[in-house]
Design a protein around this ligand. Structure first.
Ligand code: PEP
Ligand code: MN
Length: 339
């Protein structure tokens, strides 16, 4: 981090600032030029708050030379992270498909979809029990009953389950969930992220609706900083001016994550597309871009789904897509997990 001081800053104020910075455990490279005084902060600047520096009257500008996320950063962790859960691996040359309905609706529905996605090659079953809905009048999920039904579907199919948590108060109820999803709306629920950091559960962290990549990495950093290394990132589309798609799938998130971080990345084309016919082309791009997997919404009767029916694939459409995905995964030299 480089701090540029205002011209004519009083020496006594400079000395005081340097002392306060040193007290944070970083060393200082001080350079006084004819027109500018520059202070280089050398070492771990994680605990040096930019806002705190900007609030100092003698500070003119600040430039970061390294990223504020350390644990999520590939620079300090060059090897790819892979996450093994219930005998299945995300990352490490494997391509994992998570599929299932947006919401668990009843036993018949979740068992039917679980059997279908398993037969088509999914490695994990998804299904929301607690749903973050824009309207308080929309279906909010079956809650505890939804978790119970998911576990029945897991027992029936052997597929590990992925489901969304909404609050840190639910952690006990999620003790038996294989992968805990943090939804886009909760990506910056910092109290929740901190508590998830104290658990050892794999966390699927979805990118917020209008979040930058750096904000996504910083949210991952919260979980990693708590001691939980099992973080999977998920790109699910971001909000832009475009109205012809629910959310623009930011496929560039994949190479950015691969370059900047060591964490695995899953693409969710369903919440990006918002409409079923667009899921297939977006899913294909995920394989080519180098993602570690996909998360796809599948419903046995999309027309009557209680949530996200328009973007849900019918089991037959999912099966058709998976046949194509299998070929593409093999072409990339990867193994389709669970097959
Ligand atoms: C979901 O996965 O059903 C969901 C609500 O996703 P997102 O948080 O990406 O909107
Ligand atoms: Mn959904």
């Amino acid at each position: 981090m480089i701090v540029i001081l205002k011209p004519q800053a009083e020496q006594v104020k400079i000395d005081s600032l340097l002392e306060q910075i040193r007290a944070k455990g970083v060393s200082i490279h001080y350079s006084q030029g004819e027109t500018e005084t520059i202070v280089g902060l050398v070492g771990d600047t994680t605990h040096v708050d930019e806002d705190w520096l900007r609030a100092n009257e003698i500070v003119d500008d600040i430039r970061r030379v390294s990223e504020p996320y350390k644990l999520a950063n590939r620079r300090f962790h060059p090897e790819d992270t892979h996450i093994t859960v219930a005998g299945r691996t995300i990352g490490e040359g494997r391509f994992s498909v998570i599929a299932g309905p947006c919401s668990v609706e009843n036993e018949e529905q979740i068992i039917c979809v679980a059997n279908a996605v398993k037969a088509s090659g999914a490695a994990f079953l998804r299904g929301g029990a607690f749903k973050p809905r824009t309207s308080p009048y929309s279906f909010q999920g079956l809650e505890g009953e939804g978790l119970r039904l998911l576990k029945i579907a897991r027992k029936e199919t052997g597929l590990p389950i992925v489901t969304e948590i909404m609050s840190e108060n639910q952690l006990d109820d999620f003790a038996d969930v294989d992968i805990i999803q943090v939804g886009a709306r909760n990506m910056q629920n910092f109290r929740l992220l901190k508590e998830l950091g104290h658990s050892k559960k794999p966390i699927l962290l979805k990118r917020g609706l209008s979040s930058t990549m750096e904000e996504l990495f910083m949210s991952a950093e919260y979980i990693l900083a708590g001691g939980n290394d099992n973080v999977i990132l998920c790109e699910r589309g971001i909000r832009t001016f475009e109205k012809m798609i629910r959310n623009n799938l930011d496929i560039s998130a994949v190479p950015i994550i691969k370059a900047k971080s060591h964490l695995p990345v899953i693409i969710d084309p369903s919440h990006a597309a918002g409409i079923a016919w667009m899921v297939e082309p977006l899913a294909k791009t995920a394989v080519a871009a180098g993602a570690d997997g996909l998360m796809i919404e599948v419903h046995n009767d999309p027309a009557h789904a209680l949530c996200d029916g328009a973007q849900s694939l019918k089991p037959k459409q999912f099966d058709h897509l998976m046949k194509d995905i299998k070929r593409r995964v093999a072409f990339e030299g990867k193994i389709l997990e669970g097959q």
